[in-house]
Design a protein around this ligand. Structure first.
Ligand code: SAM
Length: 293
């Protein structure tokens, strides 16, 4: 990506913030901070009457599903006693603020491109968003800084290498090169103690190789902002690919199927486009526990 704050991060934060404008039965997660990161567009959308945001609902509902799914993984990890959370490519993810209470005493490490992270910190400070005490920001350009150095940098800011960590890798993998993905997963294996988990979203490779019309349009706009879609896995490859790199797959699901589970049909139909997938992995060699999505 270019050396400017991520445009896609601002869009996602905006869609997340607009979740509160959806009808109640379509709401799955609340992010009262999202619109603050959307710049003038976010501010304008935030002032519109709820019904006027209707054209954006398919995207907003998809982001509700994505947010809720990852929120549930985070809740499960914290409830099971996990106290370390790493957010890779954090963008304007405000889970540190949204989960203030549950994260009391936990360590949250946010890793992101320096330009995006600088903007996030500026908005957090300017708009008075309070974070729990143990949040550390670590600047990292995945394209320029060797990922092999990431574990050491995180240990330096307090990551306990003997304690489990939950890594959130949400909305990032499709923007990276294959070599950066490989290096990132190697780094994650290097910093993951027994009991650690990794939750990620990814694009089915077929959507990159043969995108449908609407996805081609989104990809083109993202590319114009310097954030082209580059990487995806074929779902059938995922278990073997991660197993070779020290992680076992617990589940891997399409967002459209998760939407059907979480939402009334009339809302789930709005995000029925397939290929946005989610997976939960755990460090290999851990005792068998298979939480459902
Ligand atoms: C679509 S945003 C997702 C942000 C956040 N995880 C979310 O779901 O709201 C993509 C994120 O990946 C980060 N990113 C993309 N390429 C990067 C790179 N080469 N180095 C560091 N961060 C990068 C961007 O800064 C941005 O925060």
């Amino acid at each position: 990506m270019r050396d400017v704050p991520s445009a896609t991060a601002a869009w996602i934060a905006t869609w997340r913030g607009l979740g509160s404008r959806l009808p109640r039965s379509a709401q799955l997660a609340s992010d009262p901070f999202g619109l603050r990161f959307g710049g003038p567009l976010g501010a304008w959308l935030g002032r519109l009457p709820a019904m006027a945001t209707f054209p954006a609902w398919p995207m907003v509902i998809y982001i509700q599903v994505r947010t809720r799914l990852i929120d549930d993984v985070l809740r499960g990890f914290l409830t099971a006693g996990g106290r370390q959370v790493l957010i890779l490519g954090a963008g304007y993810d405000c889970r540190a603020a949204r989960f203030q209470d549950e994260l009391t005493g936990a360590l949250v490490l946010e890793v992101d491109h320096p330009a995006t992270q600088a903007r996030k910190r500026e908005v957090l400070e300017r708009t008075g968003i309070r974070l729990p005490a143990r949040v550390s920001f670590v600047e990292w350009d995945f394209a320029r800084r060797p990922m092999s150095e990431l574990p050491g940098a995180l240990f330096e800011v307090g990551l306990d290498k003997a304690a489990p960590v939950l890594t959130l890798w949400e909305g990032v993998t499709n923007y990276l090169e294959a070599a950066q993905i490989d290096a990132s997963v190697g780094a994650l294996r290097g910093l993951s103690a027994p009991g650690s988990q990794l939750v990620l979203s990814y694009l089915d490779r077929a959507c990159i190789d043969r995108p449908r019309m609407e996805r081609r349009l989104v990809a083109r706009v993202a590319a114009m902002k310097g954030e082209p879609f580059r990487f995806g896995w074929f779902p059938a490859q995922l278990p073997g690919w991660f197993s070779d790199r020290g992680f076992d797959l617990l589940w891997d699901r399409d967002g459209a199927d998760i939407a059907k589970d979480l939402l009334p049909l009339r809302w789930a139909r709005l995000c029925s486009s397939r290929g946005h997938r989610f997976a939960l992995l755990r460090r290999q060699g851990d005792p068998d526990r298979s939480p459902g999505p």
